[in-house]
Design a protein around this ligand. Structure first.
Ligand code: ZN
Length: 507
């Protein structure tokens, strides 16, 4: 039967990528047969030869898995839906992904030699185990845009699976889930998944020490940027930005000096999507914000071992750096404390209204030239009648491109744009070239004012340059959205207001 040939391809793939130890071949292949509900095996592997050799796989893992999926649908093991297919092919991969204890022990052995080797191994495992779905990541659209703040990154992420209509309907009927508590909990490691929860049979977590506590380290399956990792408390406790959060960030970069790490702010609107589970995001990537330079040096009383300044960035960033991480923790805590309680009506900064707090910070830590560095991004989540979604949030005129919260990743200069934009921008381009009315179509109507303005600024838009112009202009909208999110604007008046806050910190 053809299916045995597919099983053999999978076992060969696992051996070749060192996911299967030769001693485990018989065991793994029996586990695969179990997922396929097969009682016989007529393939080429057996457990006799513990020195079995592998060959370089001729196919991508996604191609091998699609053969399994075809078999499962034909034989009515699953229905032909995105969710059921994802659960099924993840269970197949789970049979050849080593146990967490083995993965942790390999990681720790490599770490003794170098943290870089350890993360290289773990990232490669995420790819090889199909936990990170390479074929889906390849569909993401990515480009860069040159601005006065440096080269910003833009991505339209298409790798998050589309919402499955069957799954949405089933999720409505099912009762609220208590297990796993959330998508970040350790309970996800090895979890089969269900209609309203992703399949995690091939998911592995490295246990690391964060300032004396046991935390988890994993990669994001959606990889918004290179080696996009998530560092999270093994307990389901809420996000909190305080002095200890700064210390935890430095604890991570001390252990992984080739990675940056940052945290979303801990208030709605300016925070991330999961505020209920304490976590950071990091990775092996240099964002535009990291390359941005200090424009206004600052001095903080009592912190002679710290250099500080305001960063040339559309949002309001204080950068502090020192060889002494504890000085940075103390200064960051002092700045945070001052900011939480700070009101400057002339600059429309209100610490609270009707008892609801508005001020918080998005912090990002890294090592630079042997020194610790921390970027503190001042955030405020006040809303008004004019800006019901937030004053320091993308304004309505830009919602046709970006309406969502400006979280940690955007703050650093990477626009994560909604999947709908891929087709919308293609339609916009074709309408510009064909001279069609954008307002006559409800899909493109919302982009019409933006396109009118673009047409006024370019003499010649043609088939050859239209996509390039749209990409560039999309990036410029992202820059303006970041300026919306900046509590102090990049103007003389904004700078004066910013310095008033720094004076306040020094009092
Ligand atoms: Zn959780």
């Amino acid at each position: 039967m053809k299916i045995f040939n597919t099983v053999d391809k999978l076992i060969n793939y696992g051996l070749y990528n060192k996911m299967i130890n030769p001693l485990d071949v018989q065991f793994c292949l029996n586990r695969v047969l179990n997922v396929l509900s097969l009682e016989d095996y007529e393939g080429k592997f057996d457990g006799v030869d513990s020195y079995v050799k592998s060959e370089e796989p001729k196919e991508e893992i996604s191609e091998i898995l699609s053969e399994f999926l075809d078999y499962a649908i034909e034989n009515k093991l699953i229905e032909d839906s995105i969710t059921e297919k994802d659960i099924f092919d993840t269970e197949i991969m789970a049979t050849i992904t080593e146990l967490p204890s083995v993965v942790n022990s390999k990681f720790n052995d490599l770490y003794k030699n170098s943290p870089l080797e350890a993360t290289n191994y773990f990232y490669k495992l995420g790819l090889n185990s199909n936990y990170i779905r390479r074929d889906r990541i390849a569909k993401d659209k990515k480009w860069t845009v040159d601005t006065e703040y440096g080269v910003l990154d833009v991505t339209i992420n298409l790798s998050k699976p589309e919402k499955d209509p069957k799954a949405i309907a089933a999720a409505l009927k099912s009762k609220a889930a208590a297990y796993p508590k959330c998508q970040l909990c350790v309970e996800n490691e090895g979890y089969k998944g269900r209609l309203n929860h992703p399949a995690r049979g091939n998911h592995r977590i490295i246990r690391i020490d964060i300032d004396g506590e046991e935390w988890g380290f994993q990669y994001s399956p959606y990889v918004y940027y290179n080696e996009h990792c998530i560092v999270f408390n093994t307990k389901h406790v809420p996000m909190k930005i305080d002095e200890s959060a700064f210390r935890k960030l430095f604890s991570f970069v001390s252990s992984f000096p080739h990675y940056f790490v940052g945290s979303n702010a801990d208030l709605p609107i300016v925070g991330g999507s999961i505020l209920t589970h304490e976590h950071f995001q990091g990775g092996h990537y240099e964002f535009a914000m990291e390359r941005a330079e200090i424009v206004t040096p600052l001095k903080f009383n009592g912190f002679d071992d710290v250099s500080a300044g305001i960063v040339k960035w559309p949002m309001s960033v204080i950068r502090i750096s020192s060889e002494n991480s504890e000085s940075l923790v103390n200064l960051a805590a002092k700045i945070l404390d001052a900011w939480r309680g700070y009101t400057d009506e002339d600059a429309f900064i209100f610490a609270e209204t009707d008892g609801t707090p508005h001020n918080t910070i998005t912090p990002i830590a890294r090592m630079r030239d042997g020194k610790y560095e921390l970027d503190l991004v001042l955030r405020n989540n006040i809303t008004t009648d004019e800006h019901p979604l937030g004053v320091y949030h993308p304004h309505e005129e830009y919602h046709h491109i970006k309406k969502e919260n400006i979280g940690l990743i955007e703050v650093m200069g990477l626009a994560v744009l909604p999947a709908r934009l891929k087709s919308e921008l293609e339609i916009v381009a074709s309408k510009i070239i064909n001279g069609e009315d954008l307002r006559a179509d409800e899909v493109t109507e919302k982009h019409a004012d933006w396109v009118d303005d673009i047409k006024n600024r370019y003499d010649d838009i043609n088939k050859e340059n239209v996509n390039q112009i749209i990409e560039k202009e999309t990036g410029i909208v992202f820059k303006k959205v970041l300026e919306c999110a900046g509590v102090y604007k990049d103007t003389e008046e904004g700078k004066k207001a910013f310095l008033r806050f720094v004076d306040y910190c020094n009092k």
